[in-house]
Design a protein around this ligand. Structure first.
Ligand code: IFM
Length: 454
């Protein structure tokens, strides 16, 4: 059965998502200071082909054209992130008016087209100056983040109603500090647990502080978690146990800290295993819990976890012993991820069991495929369209099961800088030619427009 936008509630939010470090470029313009991703990308060997995000999709200079593309798609919301080091080049202290002005112009352009701005405060780009002071491992990072959140609310509070603190804290903590695949490239599992804890404290305290800054009765606050099922690759007890360990690190750690201010007991075991318990103040977390207005969730795939005696610790999920990440069934996207929409229905239903009264917004969903333009410059990306359609059907299924899903955002509007993979993993509904920076709507973008117009 073909799905239409009319199969969803009339007030359903339809959007696309991006992030500052992946599209803005202009890394040293108008007072912006370097972020940890600028440093990381310029460190030899960290990014495929030695690429960097200095120009990215040049959105900083082309945002008006990009807002026009959004209007052409017919979306009613746009999720983007603020570059902390553009707003506060020293990390704390004085606001860079040119930086604030950029985001004010962006929000005004969106509102003029009837598109609601949805802000992410932190999409992995800590100002380098703060990293030099210890970064997320320093307990003061919690206070730095609160100061930044308040500055953002003061600068944009009249234009923005929907605020999220962190995008995918698991990536900041575990890809940044355990596997080291992401900036700042640290490889110490214990540090990843400490960073997670500081992110969770910073989330709660920032929401509390923003609620009373420039307050508006329609303000909504949340966080965006990448909730990726970790399923046992075999039905054995051993496989189930290691999969539960990965699930605890990837999903339950953050969901439980956000919703209840507590960590699952297996996470406390892992903290003890890496000898960081004395750096984690559990009571402080429990005492500072601030309720959220909805839960933001990203979904791409399922992780299949097998039991493999003697396997080294999984770099992104250091905790369970003898665990192995298995190949998913079926075809893989360019990220080597499987395509399993059933996992999305499963996770949405699980989240609504965890927090029955909390609306859910799917803040990212999409796929990288090796798009090539034909002789006329047209990209026929049928696989991306199929991926999105299948996942929309999975959302619809979860809603039929009772999940309170209120919105869906495609990742991504534009092809962009896909972190350590550089530019060859393309997620956009719109193709970006990274030589000319020209934008071209792909078939999937045209399909999304038609779907929304239906
Ligand atoms: O590009 C990323 C994004 O920054 C965070 N979520 C996953 C996307 C695809 O890998």
């Amino acid at each position: 059965m073909t799905l239409n936008a009319t199969d969803f509630p009339e007030d359903f939010v339809w959007g696309v998502a991006t992030s500052a470090p992946q599209i803005e470029g202009a890394v040293d313009e108008d007072g912006r200071s370097p972020s940890i991703w600028d440093t990381f990308a310029h460190t030899p060997g960290k990014i495929d082909r030695g690429e960097n995000a200095d120009t990215a999709a040049d959105h900083y200079h082309r945002f008006e054209e990009d807002v026009d593309l959004m209007a052409e798609l017919g979306i009613n919301a746009y999720r983007f992130s603020i570059s902390w080091s553009r707003l506060l080049p020293e990390g704390v202290g004085e606001v860079n008016e040119a930086g604030a002005d950029f985001y004010r112009r962006l929000c005004s352009a969106l509102l003029a087209k009837g598109i609601t701005p949805v802000v992410t405060l932190y999409h992995w780009d800590l100002p380098q100056v703060l990293h030099d002071r210890g970064g997320w491992l320093n307990r003061e990072s919690v206070d730095w983040f609160v100061e930044y959140a308040v500055a953002a609310k003061e600068a944009l509070g009249d234009l923005v109603r929907v605020w999220t603190t962190f995008n995918e804290p698991h990536c900041t903590a575990f890809l940044g500090y355990a596997s080291g695949l992401h900036a700042p490239g640290v490889t110490d599992p214990g540090s990843a647990y400490i960073v997670s804890h500081h992110l969770m404290l910073a989330h709660h305290k920032a929401v509390k502080a923003m609620r009373t800054t420039n307050p508006h009765e329609d303000d909504q606050f949340s966080i965006v978690l990448n909730l990726i099922p970790a399923w046992a690759a075999e039905p054995s007890a051993e496989s189930k146990e290691v999969a539960a360990g990965v699930d605890a690190i990837h999903n339950r750690l953050y969901a439980s800290a956000v919703l209840d201010g507590r960590y699952p007991s297996v996470i406390l075991d892992y903290m003890a295993k890496f000898d960081v318990v004395d750096r984690i103040d559990l009571e402080e977390l429990e005492a500072c819990v601030e309720p959220i207005d909805f839960l933001g969730m990203n979904y791409y795939n399922v992780n299949h976890i097998g039991h493999a005696p003697g396997a080294p610790l999984l770099p992104d999920w250091p905790g369970p012993e003898n665990a192995e990440l298995m190949r998913p069934p079926g075809h893989l996207t360019e990220m080597h991820w499987g395509v399993e929409p059933v996992g999305l229905t499963w996770m949405l239903n699980r989240v609504s069991r965890w927090a029955p009264d909390l609306p859910i917004y799917l803040m990212e969903n999409g796929a990288a495929y090796p798009d090539e333009p034909d002789a006329d410059g047209v990209v026929h990306d049928a696989l991306r369209q199929e991926y999105i359609e299948a996942h929309l059907a999975a959302v619809r299924q979860a809603m039929d099961d009772g999940a309170d899903v209120r919105g869906y955002f495609v990742w991504s509007l534009l092809d962009n800088f896909e972190w350590a993979y550089g530019y060859d993993k393309r997620f956009g509904l719109v193709r970006v030619d990274f030589d000319t920076l020209e934008r071209t709507m792909k078939d999937s973008g045209r399909w999304y427009r038609q779907f929304l117009a239906s």
